[in-house]
Unconditional design. Structure first.
Length: 484
């Protein structure tokens, strides 16, 4: 069996990067639903102005389905659930008290079903700081409603960014204990439909740890909560926005913040009483300011191609550092969303996610650039493919003028490969149009997506990635790590 895999320099007119890949065993594994996404109920993200039963949305959700949908965000801490068995909603007070009635709940479950992506539902934690603690009655009504209608809930979160809103880790952990007891009320012992618990979703993970004097307090909250509530948790989650804009979207040093934050978070969790706890980027986006347009505080890269450079590199980096899941903020509702919130036109990030879901599997392989000097503009990540016995390579070229080249790997002799290559249209990082294997990528007049099948490449031919290109390439392999 092939043990150590290496790319050799081919005879081409410009130097290709030589990569060293260890094919003996995976460096780590992601969850099958690693590449997931969010729906945020915050009013400024147009949640209450969106018809989630729209057939166009259901179709587009199906194109990036097979994962998980996190229904969460700041707005979720304002929601009262007006379902059977619950008290009626009081009058709405925007940003303080919002009503999620049964129609909204049913529409969310319908979207979840269309995308074959069970919900991670963020519950309202209001009242947890009171002397009486968190009141589970409204959440119990929601859980009973869902169970009676055979609606699948994969997981529950309780509270959003509470570390920045005055709640202590002890108070949030105590509320989770109440929620666990509430689940005992609704789901009989051994019920396979019982949702798991994840959290605590702290905020403030924005820059490389070495540049953030407040990082330690955020890590302390994460660690202390994990130690207090970990026996009932199935994953630890946090939020992250490193603030991509047109000036830094192609900066390798800036993009490294995602990897550096990931490394520090994983190390912190591994040092808790629950060292095997999976880590999720539970809400991760390119930048803050996710209001309805004009938004992102004038950030021109919002919803543009430069965001896809961050997205591809961030998913590769988080997987490389040992994250189990990556929940992209958000599906729609702001200019940084996967879809335009009024037209539903897909962003470059949407197409990247659709391709990733088809190509990349759960095994993460150790890859390094073997030659010196190290290329800082060519970012490479290696995975097992989604199909057994396949190997996937992700290459992100940050150079705006020159193509990048990596040699075709000899993973299964002279095996041919299939490749999916994205690059910007006019405008570089600010381009709204994205090209797929050289042709414009967009929905047709009927709102349907084109065939996203990859293009075949000649066996042994080096993989060339155009300026600002993102390439996913897939080979058959006999490497031990990807055999099953």
């Amino acid at each position: 069996m092939l043990r150590i895999l290496a790319f050799l320099l081919p005879a081409v007119t410009f130097a290709c990067i030589s990569l060293s890949i260890d094919g003996r065993f995976p460096l780590s594994h992601t969850a099958e639903y690693f590449a997931s996404w969010n729906i945020d109920s915050s009013r400024q993200r147009a949640f209450f102005d969106t018809n989630f039963s729209d057939p166009r949305l259901l179709y587009l959700a199906s194109l990036v389905g097979g994962a998980r949908i996190r229904f969460g965000g700041t707005g979720n801490d304002f929601l009262h659930y007006e379902v059977a068995g619950a008290t009626p909603c009081l009058p709405t007070v925007p940003y303080e008290y919002e009503c999620l009635n049964a129609t909204w709940v049913d529409n969310l479950f319908a979207l979840s079903s269309a995308a074959n992506s069970p919900l991670v539902f963020g519950l309202n934690i209001t009242g947890a700081a009171s002397a009486a603690g968190w009141d589970s009655a409204n959440a119990v009504a929601l859980l009973r409603y869902a169970r009676a209608r055979n609606r699948t809930l994969f997981a529950l979160e309780l509270g959003n960014e509470q570390n920045s809103k005055g709640l202590t880790f002890e108070q949030q952990a105590a509320a989770y204990a109440v929620l666990s007891g509430a689940l005992d009320e609704v789901f009989p012992a051994g019920d396979p439909t019982r949702p798991v618990l994840v959290g605590p979703d702290p905020s403030g993970f924005h820059v490389a740890p070495s540049r953030d004097p407040k990082m330690q307090s955020r890590l302390d909250f994460l660690v202390n909560f994990t130690n207090a509530a970990g026996a009932g948790l199935s994953a630890v989650t946090h939020h992250e926005y490193i603030e991509i804009d047109a000036s830094n979207a192609t900066s390798s040093a800036f993009l490294d913040a995602t990897r550096q934050i990931g490394r520090q978070v994983v190390a912190a969790v591994r040092g808790t009483a629950f060292p095997d706890m999976p880590v999720w980027a539970g809400e991760i986006g390119p930048h803050n300011g996710g209001n309805t347009p004009p938004n992102c505080e004038g950030n021109g890269v919002c919803g543009r191609y430069g965001s896809a450079l961050w997205y591809a590199d961030a998913m590769g980096a988080k997987a490389r550092e040992g994250y189990a899941a990556f929940f992209r903020q958000d599906f729609l509702g702001a200019d940084y969303g996967l879809l335009n919130y009024t037209s539903f036109v897909p962003s470059p990030d949407f197409w990247l996610l659709a391709i990733w879901r088809r190509v990349v599997g759960t095994g993460v392989l150790n890859v390094s650039q073997a030659q010196a000097p190290f290329s800082h503009t060519t970012r490479v990540y290696a995975f097992c493919g989604r199909a057994p016995g396949t190997f996937a390579l992700l290459v992100v070229n940050l150079d705006s003028a020159a193509s990048a080249c990596v040699a075709a790997p000899g993973l299964a002799g002279a095996a041919p490969r299939t490749q999916w290559v994205l690059q910007p249209g006019q405008g570089g990082v600010l381009a709204a149009e994205v090209l797929f294997n050289g042709a414009p990528l967009a929905l047709d007049a009927g709102g349907r997506a084109p065939d996203l099948a990859g293009a075949a490449a000649t066996a042994g031919e080096p993989l060339t990635v155009p300026p600002l290109g993102i390439a996913l390439a897939l080979w058959s392999t006999n490497a031990d790590a990807c055999a099953a």
